[in-house]
Design a protein around this ligand. Sequence first.
Ligand SMILES: Cc1cc2nc3c(=O)[nH]c(=O)nc-3n(C[C@H](O)[C@H](O)[C@H](O)COP(=O)(O)OP(=O)(O)OC[C@H]3O[C@@H](n4cnc5c(N)ncnc54)[C@H](O)[C@@H]3O)c2cc1C
Length: 519
Amino acid sequence: MAGTPRDEYIPAVVAGAGPVGLMAACVLRRAGIDVVVLERRGEPDRVLKAGSLGPLAVEALERLGLREELAAVERRTMAGYAQMAERSADPAPGAPGPAEREHFAGLEKIEPSRRSEPARRRMRVPQPDLVALLRRTAERTGVRVLPSHEVTGLEQDADGVTVAVRTPAGDTAFRARYLLGCDGGGSAVRTAAGFPFPGTGPTMLGRQGVVELLDPGQIPPGIHDVPGGVLVYGLGVDRVAALEFTPPPDTDQGPLTEEELRAAVTRVSGIDLGVRRMRAGGRFTDEARHVPAYRRGRVLLAGDAAHIHAPVGGQGLNYGLIDAVNVAWKLAARLRGWAADDLLDSYTAERRPQAERLLQNTRAQIALMRPDTHSRALRELFADLMDLDEVNRYLGDLMAGLTTRYDLGDPDPLVGTLCPDLKLVPLDDRDGTGARRLAELPCDGQGLLLVSDGHPAPARAAAPWAGRVRVRHATTGRDEVSALLLRPDSCIAWVARRDTEPDTEALTGALRRWFGTPR
Ligand SMILES: Cc1cc2nc3c(=O)[nH]c(=O)nc-3n(C[C@H](O)[C@H](O)[C@H](O)COP(=O)(O)OP(=O)(O)OC[C@H]3O[C@@H](n4cnc5c(N)ncnc54)[C@H](O)[C@@H]3O)c2cc1C
C-alpha cells in the first residue's frame, strides 16, 4: 500500500502490531478514530513470551467485549497444562498447580487467594493467542493493520508527523496527526523521535523455548534453583527456560537454536533434558530502562517501547496493555476535539510512576535469583517472609498490578484506582443498554457516571457532558459508595460516599478536567 500524500492526515498511526499496539488501536477505533497500524513483520511472531495476563489487562480486554474469547483460550491452555502434567515428573507435595502458579523472584509462594481483591484474577492466555485475538478484533472494527511495513524514521511539525516506512514494494511515508510507538523494546520510533532511554544494563541472560523433551519425566514443572542459576519448566505449556547470571558472551548472536538452549540448560542445571524439538524460542535479559516522558510533541510511546525490564513475575504485558488503554482514550478525546493538549501529558504523569515501581521490583527479583551463596541465603530468608500473610498479599498485589493508583489530587483512596468489573443492578431502565456488568457497557470513549442511590444531583451536574459521559442508575454491590465517575479507562475520577452529600462541585471539576468544557 502506498503511504499518504503530504496534505492528507491519518488521525492516529500506531507503530507495531504487538499486543500493546493492537490494544491501543482497538480502543481508538471504538472511540470513532481512524487508525492505521504499521507492522514490520510479514507473519505473526510465534515465540511464547507472556504466558499469562494480569487482572487489570483482563478487565480492559473484557471491556472490549472479549470475555468469552479469552475464556475459550484459557480453557485450551489449561488442557495443554493438564497434558504436560501427565508427561512430567510428579510435583513436590503441596506445589501449586499451573493455574495457581505465581511467583516473586522464582519463589512460587504467591497465593492469589491472599491478595486484597482475590476475585480480580490473572488469566492463562498465551501472548501469541492474545495477539491473534486482538488482531481479529481490530480488523473487525475497521482498523487497518499493514504487515511488512517497517517504520524507519519520522519527522514532526506543528500539524503532524511524517512517518517513513519500508515495505517490500519500496519506501513510502504516512502523515499522521499523532504517532503512537508500540514497536517494542528496540523501538525505532523511540530512537527516531529522540527519547532518552536511561537505566541499567544486563547482568544476566535467559534462554527460553517451547520444546518437546526426550524424557519429560526427568523434572517436575516449576521454578528450580540449580547450581548455575535457575531452571524453569512449564511456566507456559512445554516451555523450558535457563537463566544464567554469568553468561558466556559469545553465544548471544542470531536466532536461538535448540542446541544453544540445550547447552544452557545443561550448564545451569547439570541435567541434559534432551531438548528434541524447539517450536519457538528466544533470549531475554534484565536490562531495565525507562523513558523520562512518554510523549514528545505528537509522538507517544507505550508498552515495551517506553519501558523494558526482566520478564519476571508476569508483568510487562499487563503494564503495556494498561498504558495502551490510558493513552488511547486521551488521544481519541484530543482528536475528537474536546480535550486540551495537556490531557496527553497526564499519560506520563499517571503511568510513569507505576512503571518505575515495576522496574524496581524486577531488579529486586533478579538480585534474589542469583546463585551465589550470599544471594541464596537472602532468598531463603525472603522465602520464609513470604509465608507471612501481609508479605504474601503485598507481593501478590504488586505482581498483579493491583497497587496501581494515579495521583489525581483527591485523598479518597478509591480515586485514581482502576475500577473492577462491578455487577450492575439497574434502578430504572432509562439507560437502555441492558448491561448487567460494567464491562458490558459500550466501550466507545465515553466516561460513566454511576449513581447507586437515586440522588438526582450528580446526574444533573453531569448533564452538560451528555455525549461524553454516560449516566447510569444502578447499584453495584459496593454499599459504601453512592456514586462514581469513571473515565473511559475505568479509572475512578470522583466518588460520593453513602454517608455524605455528593460534592457536586468536585464532580464538576473532575468532569471538566477529564471531559473538557461542555458545549
Ligand atoms: C520470556 C518472556 C516472558 C514474559 N512473560 C510475561 C508474562 O507472563 N506476563 C506479562 O505480562 N508479560 C510477560 N512478558 C513481557 C511481554 O511479553 C512484553 O511486555 C510484551 O510483549 C510487550 O508488548 P509490546 O506490544 O509493547 O511489544 P512487542 O510484543 O515487542 O511488540 C512490538 C511489535 O512491534 C513490531 N515492530 C518492531 N519494530 C518495528 C518497526 N520499526 N516498525 C513497525 N513495527 C515494528 C514488532 O514486530 C512487534 O510486532 C514476557 C516477556 C518475555 C521475553
